[in-house]
Ligand binder design. Structure first.
Ligand code: ADP
Ligand code: MG
Length: 571
């Protein structure tokens, strides 16, 4: 084909693709516009995962009638004027791309009324072109309604996840901005039901209570230390780190609880995540991640926000200074609440035993140092022979004797396998092993988790979790799977909901099984009695798939009699 300049429609679609990836991106842009307009109340409503409807209403400054059409032109903005302004961005938007991008991939209507105007303006657009404009009354502020998102972009539509997943992304966006702007009252309605409402009282702690619940909020510690020190002795701009972080006991399974705002813009940043994780080093259990809600405020010239159309990433001029400021501020907050003596001693009990078989877990001793070919790979027969338990080593492995040599069983991996198989069986026979709670227990979830939970009741019930709605993002739990009854099942369930939000629905059941199987399983580092060891080995012998744990790691290693003979120079 000869080279040609693309037509406007194609150009618009390409440009829109960079800004509007999914329904949650539309919500993000519209909420940012409302915040830039100085709104103190922002309500968001979505239907059908945001595909059928997204509606954002604010009480901000509105758009004057004669500028309404311009707002939908590409690169039209009231927020900057010149290249110099790019160095000094104080607003969330500045690229003038959001409204035209949204209008390029959906049907859009706006009703807006600016300060000092007698009447407001209604405008509707089809395929990015004004279809109707007239005056319409409304109080000061703006409402944008977006319908049939991506209807004309089937490629994009195909990439969207399930409705619950898209809902949970939207809930996350609104939650993040609710945390960043505690002085703004947010509400989120999903398919007619309230998902989130914040008071807008202005205190971060209030916003954290609204988003994460009282229980989590009660374990948050304040952060707030101005940092002016800077290596190399240059005169330095202030980097102010403020917000709250979770005490170490609040460790979470994923990084979904790290919220970063740079000059109150919600960003994702590996640098900042890493700085926070560094501050917690030695304080969290292996595999756990901290909870943090932090705002990093610094002179606008110190940070470039113009590196991505979605404005969700930023570049710091002096990365190491930012890293150090964040790490130090968080560490100080943690140290301040630690009881005397020093942090290192206190840290020790938190260094909980690592889960068995995790890669990187040092496996000391003779077996590891022997050349690999001297260890027989896991036997590839379907069942295990009957084993005689000899004892336990390193509180981690069970030593047993079999008909042809020595067997080492990874206790955690083995127990996980046994539980996994048993759950599978319960599922196939539709007979979950259920434990009723002595008293029904309340269970509180975040807006994001709520969306997932609402759509996986059925799956959870299949395994024995009976949950019923009990007010605001709170559920009453009457029964739980017997396997986790004696355990911290609320923590397990929360981790599970977080994990499900990133999974296709078809994987949910498998995830639920794996999560229940892992959670209450015997840990590595747990001393076992002879009876417990014998019991576990008996169960493993009967497992359908005894040689690997559900993640595919070996449960058993065998040293054959012949190998031993050879090693001892007897053969
Ligand atoms: P940007 O936010 O980058 O300027 P947008 O396309 O998001 O670009 O919006 C274009 C312009 O429309 C904004 O600069 C602003 O003047 C106006 N605008 C958009 N949404 C609102 C709103 N909710 N309230 C007031 N003005 C708005
Ligand atoms: Mg904008």
């Amino acid at each position: 084909m000869p080279i040609k300049i693309l037509d406007k429609e194609t150009i618009d679609q390409i440009a829109a693709g960079e800004v509007v990836e999914r329904p949650a991106s539309v919500v993000k842009e519209l909420v940012e516009n409302a915040l830039d307009a100085g709104a103190s109340q922002i309500s968001v409503e979505i239907r059908g995962g945001g595909i059928s409807l997204i509606k954002v209403t604010d009480n901000g400054s509105g758009i004057p009638s004669n500028e309404v059409e311009l707002a939908f032109e590409r690169h039209a903005t009231s927020k900057i004027k010149s290249p110099q302004d790019l160095q000094n961005i104080g607003s969330l938007g500045f690229r003038g791309e959001a409204l035209p991008s949204i209008a390029a991939v959906a049907q859009v209507e706006m009703v807006t009324c600016a300060d000092g105007e007698k009447s407001g303006t209604f405008i509707s657009l089809e395929d990015g072109v004004t279809a109707l404009k007239r005056s319409q009354a409304r109080p000061r502020g703006t409402t944008v309604t977006v319908r049939n998102l991506f209807r004309r972009v089937p490629a994009r539509l195909k990439f969207l996840k399930s409705v619950p997943t898209e809902n949970s992304h939207v809930a996350n966006v609104v939650s993040q901005y609710a945390l960043a702007f505690p002085e703004v009252a947010f509400s989120l309605l999903i398919d007619g039901k309230e998902n989130l409402r914040t008071s807008g009282k202005g205190k971060l702690l209030d916003a954290i209570i609204d988003v994460y619940g009282v229980e989590m909020a009660s374990k948050m510690l304040p952060v707030g230390v101005p940092d002016v020190a800077w290596s190399g002795g240059q005169s330095t701009p202030d980097i102010r780190v403020s917000g709250m972080v979770g005490s170490p006991e609040l460790g979470r399974a994923g990084r979904g609880y790290l919220s970063f705002f740079v000059n109150r813009r919600w960003v994702s940043s590996r640098l900042l995540s890493y700085a926070v994780e560094e501050a917690y080093s030695g304080l969290l259990m292996t595999g756990k991640h901290p909870v943090a809600v932090l705002d990093i405020s610094l002179p606008p010239g110190e940070v470039d926000v113009n590196i991505h159309p979605a404005k969700s990433e930023v570049k710091f001029r002096n990365e190491s200074a930012v890293f150090r400021a964040v790490q130090r501020a968080v560490r100080q907050a943690l140290v301040a609440q630690m009881p005397v003596p020093g942090i290192e001693e206190v840290a020790a009990p938190y260094r909980a035993p690592a889960r068995g078989g995790q890669s990187g877990t040092p496996t000391a001793g003779a077996i590891r140092s022997a050349p690999p070919e001297d260890v027989t790979p896991p036997l590839l027969m379907t069942s295990l022979p009957v084993l005689r338990v000899v004892g336990q080593v390193m509180s981690r492995y069970i030593v047993a004797e079999g008909p042809d040599g020595l067997y080492l069983v990874d206790q955690h991996a083995a127990h996980e396998r046994v539980r996994f198989d048993s759950l599978r069986r319960q599922r196939e026979q539709r007979q979950p092993d259920v434990q009723g709670l002595l008293e029904p227990s309340t269970f509180e979830v975040t807006p994001r988790q709520d969306e997932i939970l609402k759509s996986c009741y059925g799956e959870l019930a299949d395994f024995g979790f009976s949950l019923e709605p009990f007010g605001d993002r709170t559920y009453l739990v009457r029964t739980v799977p017997a396997m986790v009854a004696g355990d911290d099942w609320p923590a397990m369930l929360r981790e599970l909901l977080d994990a499900l939000s990133g999974e296709a629905r078809s994987k949910w059941e498998e995830k639920i099984i794996a999560s229940i199987a892992c959670h209450g399983a015997v840990r590595s580092g747990q001393a076992l009695t002879d009876d417990e060891m014998r019991g576990l080995v008996r169960q493993l012998e009967q497992a359908a798939n005894p040689h690997t744990c559900p993640h595919g790691r070996p449960t058993v290693i065998r040293l054959s009699a012949a190998q031993l003979e050879r090693e001892f120079g007897r053969s």
